[in-house]
Design a binder for this molecule. Structure first.
Ligand code: PLP
Length: 393
C-alpha cells in the first residue's frame, strides 16, 4: 500500500506529445518515401533536357524469348529525349567541341551536319537545350515529315540535289563548306562541323555509356550483342566495351540490310555487294527500305571497332517489314526498320546458343519515324504472321 502511495506519475505536456508524434510520423513517412523511391527507381529531377540522355531501359522481348528459348532483350535507345541513340552522339560531339574551345556555352555558336536521318534531329534538340543553333544540309528528296520536324525544331535546313560523295555539292560536303564559310567570316560566331561518320566522339560515347549500361543491366552475362551499322559508332563502341569487360565471351553480330557492303566486309574481308556491279547502281547507295543502316564505304567509326565484330548476318526487307509487325502486335514494341533487322538476326543467332542464353539488340528508334515508308508496308502485314513465316522468306 505504502509503495503505491509513494508512486509518482509523470505527465508530458500535451504539446510535447504532439511534437514527438509529429517527429515519429515524419520519420516514418520519409522512410516509406525513401523505400518507394528505391523500389520504383523514381528518377531524380534533372537540370535540363541534355541530362535525360542515356540510361535507357532494357526490355525483354517476350514473344521471341518464348518462341526460341533464348532471352532476347532490346536496349531502348528510342527512349532518349529526341528519340534515338543519336542523342548520345550529338551531345558528345558538342561537349568535345566545347572542351576544345570550338564552342563556348553562353556564346553564339552553330553546329553543322549533313544528314537525312536521326542525327540532325538529335543535334537540333541538343543545340536548343544548350543554347546553340543548328544548320542541316540534306538531299531535297528527304521525307516531308523529317523536314517538318527539323524546321519545327528551329534548325536551318539547306536542301541540295542528291549527288555522289565526290561531288562538292553532296549534302555532307555542303554542310562542311557552309561551316567553313561561317568560320571564315570571323565575326565572333563559332561554328563546328559535327561529321558523325568520321568524328570519334561518336564511338567513344557508346564505349563510355551504352556499353557499360548494357553490361550493368545484364549483370555482365551477355552472350550475343546485335546492332546495325550506319556510321559504325554504336557497334564499335559497344563491341569494344563488351569484348574488354563483359563476364562471359560476347559474340558481336552486325545485322546488315540488303544492298549494304558490311556483310561481305565482315565475313570475307571485301566491301562489295552485287548491286554495286556495273550498270546496276540506283539512286540510293544501299538499295533497301531500311533507313539509318547499311553503307558501301569504310568510315572511321566502323574502322575503330571492326576487329571486335565477329560476324555479319544479312536480313532482307521482307523479313524486316514482317518482324516489325510481329513485334508490334505481340509485344507492344513499335520500332523502326533497323530494330526489326536486329530482331531477325537475333532469331538466327539464337539457334547456335544454349537455352537461357542472353542476346541484346539495339532498338535505335521508334516506328513513328518511319510511318510514310517502312510502316506504310508493315501495317499491311497480316496480324497473325508467325515467326516461321518471317524466317522462311
Ligand atoms: C534508325 C537507325 N538505326 C541505326 C543506326 C546506326 O547507328 P550507327 O550510326 O551508330 O552505326 C542509325 C544511324 O543513323 C539509325 O538512324
Amino acid at each position: 500500500m505504502a509503495s503505491s502511495q509513494n508512486r509518482t506519475t509523470f505527465y508530458l505536456p500535451w504539446n510535447e506529445c504532439l511534437s514527438i508524434a509529429a517527429v515519429l510520423i515524419g520519420t516514418y513517412t520519409s522512410y516509406k518515401y525513401y523505400k518507394l523511391c528505391k523500389t520504383q527507381d523514381i528518377p531524380q529531377p534533372k537540370g535540363g533536357v541534355e541530362e535525360l540522355i542515356g540510361n535507357t531501359p532494357l526490355v525483354k522481348i517476350k514473344s521471341l524469348t518464348k518462341a526460341i528459348g533464348v532471352n532476347v532483350y532490346a536496349k531502348l535507345e528510342l527512349c532518349n529525349p529526341a528519340g534515338s541513340a543519336k542523342d548520345r552522339v550529338a551531345l558528345n560531339i558538342i561537349k568535345t567541341a566545347e572542351e576544345r574551345g570550338e564552342l563556348v556555352r553562353g556564346e553564339p555558336g552553330w553546329v553543322f551536319e549533313g544528314t537525312s536521318g536521326s542525327t540532325g534531329i538529335s543535334i537540333a534538340v541538343v543545340c536548343n537545350a544548350l543554347g546553340y543553333r543548328t544548320h542541316i544540309s540534306l538531299p531535297d528528296d528527304t521525307s516531308l515529315e523529317k523536314l517538318a520536324l527539323l524546321e519545327s525544331l528551329g534548325a536551318t535546313v539547306n536542301k541540295v540535289k542528291p549527288a555522289s560523295i565526290v561531288d562538292p555539292n553532296q549534302y555532307v560536303n555542303a554542310a562542311k563548306k557552309a561551316c567553313d564559310d561561317l568560320n571564315k567570316e570571323g565575326n565572333g560566331v563559332r561554328a563546328v562541323f559535327a561529321d558523325q561518320f568520321e568524328n570519334e566522339a561518336n564511338w567513344k560515347v557508346h564505349y563510355q555509356t551504352t556499353g557499360p549500361e548494357i553490361a550493368h543491366q545484364t549483370n555482365g552475362n551477355i552472350d550475343a550483342f546485335i546492332a546495325g551499322c550506319g556510321t559504325g559508332g554504336t557497334i564499335s563502341g559497344v563491341a569494344k566495351f563488351l569484348k574488354e569487360k563483359a563476364k562471359v565471351p560476347c559474340h558481336v553480330v552486325l545485322a546488315d540490310p540488303q544492298g549494304s557492303g558490311f556483310y561481305n566486309r565482315v565475313n570475307y574481308g571485301v566491301m562489295y555487294d552485287y548491286v554495286e556491279k556495273e550498270g546496276t547502281r540506283r539512286r540510293h547507295q544501299v538499295d533497301t527500305i531500311v533507313e539509318g543502316i547499311g553503307l558501301n564505304r569504310i568510315t572511321q567509326n566502323f574502322h575503330m571497332g571492326e576487329e571486335f565484330i565477329d560476324e555479319s548476318i544479312r536480313v532482307n526487307d521482307n523479313q524486316a517489314i514482317r518482324m516489325a509487325k510481329y513485334l508490334s502486335v505481340n509485344d507492344g514494341l513499335f520500332v523502326g526498320s533497323s530494330t526489326a533487322i536486329n530482331a531477325v538476326a537475333a532469331v538466327k543467332v539464337a539457334k547456335r546458343l544454349s537455352p537461357g542464353a542472353n542476346i541484346v539488340i539495339i532498338a535505335c528508334d521508334s516506328g513513328s519515324r518511319h510511318l510514310s515508308k517502312f510502316w506504310k508496308e508493315a501495317k499491311e502485314i497480316n496480324h497473325d504472321i508467325s515467326l516461321e513465316e518471317i524466317m522462311n522468306i
